[in-house]
Design a binder for this molecule. Structure first.
Ligand code: ADP
Ligand code: MG
Length: 646
């Protein structure tokens, strides 16, 4: 009988890239920088690092391969470990924020692009690496774009280092030009024809249409798996519920459909399920975010349902407002999505939109994102002149200015734009500057124990409150209100949830009884431990000040003071220094309560309006006390000051 590794070896030879193995290796040897382009699923991500290892590159150092998405890094690492017959975390590992699954043995390391940026802070010349693969380069995340500039520069000082820029779409020329006319290698792909069916009159309820289309495929098309592209966890969960409801209505047919969600916060145990082949006679329906567009290849897909939307980061440098925005996908994305149905045979793509609805191109994230975090990283790397950084596509000057302003207000940069001691301490934390300021700032208010808990609870990536189906929702809502006894706000409630859970010895039973997601709680505990460790590293003691909620709120404000909002006469809120209207998110425990006059919020979510998610009450005089450079007395005065010019 063959071992898993032996089977893996045979599978590997079936991939399109295998025929070009030797040619590729020769090119890597001859070229310090190589741009590789190949169809999704051809084997770039899983095979190239293994080829390099076989050719001896790991004798000189690690092979690092970056991915824009956490799930992709975890999933490909686990696949490659399996192919090599080694334990994940030994020779093959991955590193993502708050989760390091590597060891001293690790020679093939998959990681998010953001993690490689952080490694550069510790190891500026990446001496422990022999090859860096910037994979999924076409995604053009902020971190990938910054990495481009940094590794391009690094290559000059490390003639032995090899750089591979790997991408799925045909932006190769642009990548090559940027890397001083680097050699381009195209991996010829296999592709079957895909029939594309458009919807002439798109319906407003995309989700409902998508669900209906899945059933239409199931009832009229031959066997073969279906891949549905949705915008995020929320849509995926709703679609899953809808599909299950409809399956119940159809009775016996329900066993024929196997629903597999995949999105970035899906618990690890459930992620692997998406790759399991559907049992004979049944049809797998994969509900995926953009992750399945090019990052993950799921075999067996014959039908793609594409509603044509994705969620992107959108940032207004004028106001410093950042939110997730649902937007129509680009033409290139639509082609990629359709292509997912034609990998192993002819496919069909059901496009729930008109061809004219598509965006012509995608704007690189660096041109539409908040750059505070990367600017601070660059400053910490000693790159002072961020305006002249070698960006592949330059961000608007206003974005860089806004980032510098914010970092200055937070105290991370001084008046000359140089990184301060506080800034250096903030960089230690793998979170956004406002959150890291809140953590570091907690020292002053002697409530670091409370603040790391809140920071960890805000960083789990999904809600800790469980929302059951309709008829039980009021029970869950009642349970939740136990944590809002004084209606102080969501941050304080999160703190209470964590502390109650801890008092109950981290019991899952307690979570179950209180409608709390125990998986999110365990993740929070894990993140909390790491944040606490980092605080220790910078010499801050984990003191508790549990009885002084004002101290906790002040520490939150120390980081989030730019997110202060004031109640207006019409019940909406206005940001204090900006003319923007913002609203209480329905998921907040303060939603529907008698409104607080002054709030601080964690983040904004844009749906029909700008909603503040995670809010807590505060006192306006704290703003002037905590951020005197940012707020003046007139900002917080009760009545509008008369125009008396002095
Ligand atoms: P590319 O990077 O060129 O898009 P990959 O190397 O990711 O291609 O994928 C090659 C093949 O490996 C895919 O066809 C897929 O079948 C398989 N594969 C990749 N990741 C996994 C995984 N986590 N589980 C099972 N199979 C996988
Ligand atoms: Mg890939």
């Amino acid at each position: 009988s063959r071992t898993v590794a032996e089977r893996g070896k045979e599978d590997r030879k079936m991939l399109p890239i295998y025929a070009y193995r030797d040619e590729l290796l020769k090119l890597v040897e001859e070229n310090q920088v190589l741009v590789i382009v190949g169809e999704t699923g051809s084997g770039k991500t899983t095979q190239i690092p293994q080829y390099l290892q076989e050719a001896g590159y790991t004798k000189r150092g690690k092979i690092g391969c970056t991915q824009p998405r956490r799930v992709a890094a975890m999933s490909v690492a686990s696949r490659v470990a399996q192919e090599l017959g080694v334990k994940l975390g030994h020779e093959v590992g991955y590193s993502i924020r708050f989760e390091d699954c590597t060891s001293e043995k690790t020679v093939i390391k998959y990681m998010t692009d953001g993690m490689l940026l952080r490694e550069l802070l510790i190891e500026p010349k990446l001496d422990s690496y022999s090859v860096i693969i910037v994979d999924e380069a076409h995604e053009r995340t902020v971190s990938t774009d910054i990495l481009f500039g940094l590794v391009k520069d690094l290559a000059k000082f490390r003639p032995d280092l090899r750089l591979i820029i790997s991408s799925a779409t045909l932006e190769a020329k642009k990548f090559s030009e940027y890397f001083d006319s680097a050699r381009i290698y195209m991996i010829p792909g296999r592709r079957y024809p895909v029939e594309k069916l458009f919807q002439k009159c798109p319906e407003p309820d995309r989700l409902e249409t998508a669900v209906r289309t899945v059933f239409q495929i199931h009832q009229t098309e031959p066997l073969g798996d279906v891949l549905v592209f949705l915008t995020g966890q929320e849509e995926i969960e709703t679609a899953e519920t809808k599909l299950k409801e409809r399956m119940n209505d159809l009775g016996s047919k329900s066993s024929e459909i196997i629903i597999c969600p995949i999105y970035s916060n899906l618990p690890t145990e459930l992620q692997a399920k998406v790759f399991d082949p559907a049992p004979k006679g049944s049809r797998k329906v994969v509900l995926a975010t953009n992750i399945a567009e090019t990052s993950l290849t799921i075999d067996g897909i014959r039908y793609v349902v594409d509603p044509g939307y994705c969620k992107i980061n959108s940032y207004n440098p004028k106001t410093g407002m950042e939110s997730l925005l649902e937007t129509p996908i680009s033409k290139a994305s639509a082609e990629q999505r359709a292509g997912r149905s034609g990998r192993t045979g002819p496919g069909k793509c059901f496009r729930l939109y008109n061809v004219k609805d598509l965006e012509a191109t995608t704007i690189p994230e660096v041109q539409r994102a908040n750059l505070a975090s990367v600017v601070l990283t660059l400053k910490s790397l000693g790159i002072d002149d961020v305006f002249n950084f070698d960006f592949m596509d330059h961000p608007p000057e206003s974005s860089l200015l806004k980032a510098l302003e914010l970092l200055y207000a937070l105290g991370a940069l001084d008046g000359k734009g140089e990184i301060t001691k506080l800034g250096e301490r903030m960089v230690e934390f793998p979170v956004d500057p406002m959150l890291s300021k809140m953590i570091v700032g907690s020292e002053k208010y002697k409530c670091s124990a409370e603040i790391v808990t809140i920071a960890a609870m805000l960083s789990t990536g999904s809600s800790v409150f469980y929302r059951p189906s309709r008829n039980q929702q009021y029970l869950a809502d009642n349970a939740r209100m136990n944590f809002y006894t004084d209606k102080a706000g969501d941050h304080i409630a999160l703190l209470r949830v964590y502390n109650s859970w801890k008092e109950m010895n981290y019991s899952s039973q307690w979570c179950y009884e209180n409608y709390i997601q125990s998986k999110s709680m365990r993740r929070a505990r894990d993140i909390r431990e790491q944040l606490a460790g980092l605080l220790k590293k910078i010499g801050v003691e984990l003191t508790s000040n549990a009885d002084d909620l004002d101290a906790v709120k002040k520490a939150i404000l120390a980081g989030f003071f730019p997110h202060a909002a004031k109640l207006q006469k019409d019940g909406s809120y206005r940001r204090v220094r900006e003319p923007q209207m913002v609203y209480v998110h329905p998921s907040s425990g303060l939603f529907g309560e008698s409104p607080k006059k002054w709030l601080v919020y964690h983040e904004l979510v844009l749906t029909t309006k700008e909603y503040m998610r995670h809010i807590t009450e505060m006192k306006p005089e704290w703003l002037v006390e905590i951020a005197p450079h940012y707020y003046k007395l007139k900002d917080i005065e009760e009545t509008q000051p008369k125009k008396t010019q002095s």
